[in-house]
Design a protein. Structure first.
Length: 101
């Protein structure tokens, strides 16, 4: 299980959590415009202030990998989803990510 977060230029963009059976969500979905609607890629592409000649649908995954920072907090699944959800909620409250409001 994990909590993950992306930030850019000192601003938190997105914070999320994944359970023990969510490998795709953790490893790849946030970098694709064709994944779930609540991904970092979709949030960036829906934000007109982020669009420029470098941030485009065709290269959004590479742009995220090359320009944002990511933190991962890994947890053993024996601690349960309740603790994971509590930590995610605390981080949302404390860090106020741009695309989680």
């Amino acid at each position: 299980m994990a909590i993950y977060g992306f930030w850019l230029d000192g601003k938190w963009l997105k914070i999320g959590m994944v359970g023990p059976k969510s490998k795709a969500r953790y490893t790849s979905q946030h970098y694709s415009q064709n994944a779930a609607s609540s991904t970092l890629a979709k949030s960036l592409l829906n934000d007109n202030s982020m669009w420029n000649e470098k941030v485009q649908p065709k290269n959004i995954g590479e742009w995220i990998k090359n320009n944002t920072n990511r933190v991962n907090i890994l947890m053993d699944s024996e601690h349960g989803m309740m603790l994971l959800a509590l930590l995610e909620a605390f981080l949302h409250f404390r860090l106020r990510p741009l695309y989680e409001r």
